[in-house]
Design a protein around this ligand. Sequence first.
Ligand code: CDP
Length: 218
Amino acid sequence: MNEVPVIAIDGPTASGKGTVAQRVAAALGWHYLDSGALYRLVALRALQAGVAADDVAALTRLARSLRPQFDAGRVCLDGRDVTDEIRREDVGALASRIAVHPPLRAALLDLQRGFRCPPGLVADGRDMATVVFPDAGLKVFLTASVEARAGRRHKQLSEKGFPSNIAILLQDLRARDERDSSRSAAPLRPAKDARQLDSSDLSIEQVVAQILRWHGER
Ligand code: CDP
């Protein structure tokens, strides 16, 4: 049994869980796993290699041989810094489509569990609490209304100088929510023992503080 403590933070797209999880990890001096980045890395490799979204065997091979290096907020794959490339919308959309395949998900399990090193791990994703780290000491299901999430993504994109349209963003978020929650393999849903936190009207700082309070109560 692995005694290293884990805080699992799951939730839908654009709920802010990435930023929150990174800040919780920094506050505790723990490691951080961005599990979505792994699905995005497989998607990027698939795009580069021309592998189709339904070629499960080839996608699973790509996932099994994935050896990313995470360092100081950057991610390198096959000797190249791909931090910005995996954030592209087309990569995210393909990640969500290929994440439905159970063999591909299984191929990423050991890689994800390998991040569990002392003194602790904060992991964010969709199935951290339900599948990957079911023994996590604290499980948080972070939600926000679809409108709040679309507003945040709009702000993020415009800060980066990318114009975006709220109506299209709303449509895109709803489609991704639907796909993530309705798939049969590791659907997005709260673990039975997860604490739910709705961040629609909370700042990042308030969400981080609440999670650290829950952690301190344990
Ligand atoms: O930025 P966004 O929250 O949309 O995505 P992400 O966390 O970077 O993950 C990209 C995609 O990978 C998501 O749309 C999910 O479908 C999938 N994913 C997953 O299935 N399981 C995880 N633990 C993490 C991500």
